[in-house]
Design a binder for this molecule. Structure first.
Ligand code: G6P
Length: 597
């Protein structure tokens, strides 16, 4: 959600800032801006629309500066336009600020600043920060930022530049920021992908920290002025992982990566007849698990509930993080709180974690070094590599694979026995997924039949009900076609009213004890003229008769079935959206990482 880049070094800042913005565009893409300090003056360029609009403008300039800040915006306060785009200025145009997060008391601050004669020109919550820094600026930018942020309520990741000093100041509370450390240069970024091209040495800023960067180096302090001792860490992934590698979109690349990313999630974790996880809770002392997450991660949490209850016999509750944090949840010392997040930065998930101090906490996280990863008591990294497509795909399957591992681990800790059959089967799941990816052309052809649909229903039962939810979410996110996921049997209690000859209904119909019951639900849909797309592992005459389209998936144990059933649904969403000419990697209004409430 919004992206920040800053640079101070010996190279020309503009191309570096621009390439950083392009890498961050997946986090916000409605407008962008850049500000560099050249010959003692701040020069700012802003454009509405994608980064390429700003790039075209910068092509016309011949800038030669070695210091600057830049921002790509995902609008919260005020329309996406040039005035509201960052950087924002003080009255004298001597201080410029880029901001991620939300300043909750900005209305009050605006009134206060206006009374003091400041002229606020944008509708944003961010502009007040530039004016506050101006108010406190007496020749020391760091000090002015320290004074200004004392008055801010809400969340911020900030980068600040001033005309009067060759320095950058970065500050963070609740919105991620890192420093990238090169031999003769220092970067600021809200996400490592912006700077990985230049350095893999990073310093994570913690909440309530400020960093001052000058030609002499960098210094990190707490917002109350004490020196901090943040270590330099090395990022393990490479630039290749954030390139499209010949695929038209990141989403498609990431769907196709899943055999590899699931294998990465499992690597070294099923060994010598044991599940190896670096978690530090005693499973025998846990009496209940609570899982909290948002979006796609919440869907994997729902699958986690089935897995933990079925495999490990562990009572499990699942909550949206945004609901959990405000509903006074009862969390006892013997409970285990699991937070699931691809980015490790989702504001509601982080807040839910921070609400819960008394029990063990475990993160299932993709982004190494992210805030949630650093704040949980122990964790399982997905090792899926950076996920760039806004719609989550490979992170979802790696989350599910990790939850299966966790359920197997807890069962083993409690009973002393590994479920050998299931863990053996889990290890060969990447091959099974590959067989579905090999059918991509067929799935693409089927998808062409509903590119103009207005509504779809996704129905599944048991562990595949959350898969139906996730399939519907994927379609909505990237194609803008309305889709709803439902437990198949619940359809009778409302959604059935929607079914007519224009309604496509996706059924997940797997072998097992409720197979016949789902076939009955299919009959109910057909009887009303609904058009059925079946995702099935069964060759069955009734399914064939009732379905207009069938996608066959490999037959696996129920616990593993979400991992195969989701693949055709991801592909269908992708093909429908791209047939409709949508920029699949940057669907409208969405953001990859939602760092505001
Ligand atoms: C946003 C993204 C979703 C994601 C959700 C939770 O809404 O667009 O794809 O599932 O945030 O993100 P997290 O990083 O916490 O998994």
């Amino acid at each position: 959600m919004c992206g920040i880049v800053g640079y101070l070094g010996k190279k020309s800042a503009t191309p570096i800032l621009l390439s950083g913005l392009k890498r961050l565009e997946y986090r916000g893409y409605d407008s962008a801006g850049i500000c560099v300090l050249e010959n003692g003056a701040l020069k700012t360029f802003k454009k509405e629309g994608p980064i390429k609009m700003l790039a075209a403008e910068l092509d016309k300039q011949s800038l030669n500066s070695q210091i600057g800040i830049a921002h790509t915006r995902w609008a919260t306060h005020g329309q996406p336009n040039e005035t509201n785009a960052h950087p924002h200025y003080d009255c004298q145009h001597k201080i410029a600020v880029v901001h991620n997060g939300i300043i909750e008391n900005f209305e009050g601050l605006k009134i206060l600043l206006a009374k003091e004669g400041h002229k606020i020109v944008s509708e944003t919550d961010s502009e007040v920060i530039a004016h506050l820094i101006e108010k406190f600026y007496h020749g020391d930018l760091e000090q002015a930022v320290l004074e200004a942020v004392k008055l801010l309520e809400g969340t911020f990741g900030l980068a600040v530049i001033s005309e009067s000093e060759k320095k950058l100041v970065a500050a963070r509370r609740g919105s991620p920021l890192i420093l990238g450390i090169g031999p003769d240069e220092i970067f600021i970024a809200s996400d490592a992908s912006a700077i990985i091209e230049y350095t893999n040495q990073v310093v994570y800023l913690e909440d309530n920290e400020i960093a001052t960067i000058s030609e002499q180096g960098y210094e990190v302090k707490s917002l109350d002025g004490h020196n901090a001792n943040n270590q330099v860490t090395e990022i393990k992934w490479t630039i290749d992982e954030i390139e499209k590698s010949g695929f038209e979109h990141f989403m498609l690349k990431e769907i196709f990566e899943q055999p590899k990313t699931i294998a990465n999630a499992l690597r070294g974790r099923i060994k010598d007849g044991k599940i190896k996880l670096s978690v530090n809770f005693d499973a025998k002392k846990i009496d209940k698990i609570i899982i909290t997450a948002c979006g796609t991660s919440w869907h994997s949490a729902l699958i986690g509930k089935y897995l933990l209850e079925k495999i490990a016999g562990m009572p499990t509750e699942v909550d949206y993080a945004s609901e959990f944090r405000y509903r006074h949840p009862i969390v006892r010392d013997n409970n285990l709180l699991i937070v699931i997040s691809q980015s490790g930065e989702t504001a509601d998930t982080l807040a839910a974690l921070r609400e819960t101090k008394n029990c063990q906490t475990l993160g299932i996280i993709n982004s190494v070094g992210s805030t949630i990863a650093r704040e949980v008591k122990s964790g399982i990294y997905l090792h899926a590599g950076p996920e760039i497509g806004v719609a989550s795909t490979k992170a979802f399957t790696s989350q599910v694979a990790s939850l299966i591992l966790l359920a197997l681990y807890i069962k083993e800790q409690i009973s002393g026995e590994l479920d050998q059959a299931l863990s053996d089967e889990l290890l060969i799941i990447p091959e099974k997924i590959q067989t579905i990816l090999d059918q991509a052309e067929n799935i693409k052809a089927i998808s062409q039949n509903f590119v103009s649909a207005k509504n779809l229903l996704y129905l599944g039962r048991g562990i595949n009900f959350p898969v139906a939810l996730e399939g519907a979410l994927k379609l909505k996110e990237v194609s803008y076609i309305h889709a709803e996921g439902y437990p198949a049997a619940e359809m009778k209690h409302g959604p059935i009213a929607l079914i007519d000859k224009n309604m496509f209904v996706v059924f997940i119909v797997n072998h097992g004890p409720i197979f016949e019951k789902i076939v009955s639900n299919m009959q109910e849909v057909r009887a009303r003229g609904g058009r059925i797309i079946a995702i099935t592992d069964v060759k069955d005459a009734a399914v064939e008769k009732l379905s207009e389209f069938i996608i066959t998936v490999p037959s696996v144990s129920e616990e593993l079935s979400p991992l195969v059933n989701i693949i055709p649904l991801q592909l269908m969403s992708y093909y429908v959206a791209s047939a409709n000419g949508i920029n699949v990697d940057k669907p409208r209004n969405l953001a990859k990482s939602v760092t505001v409430e």
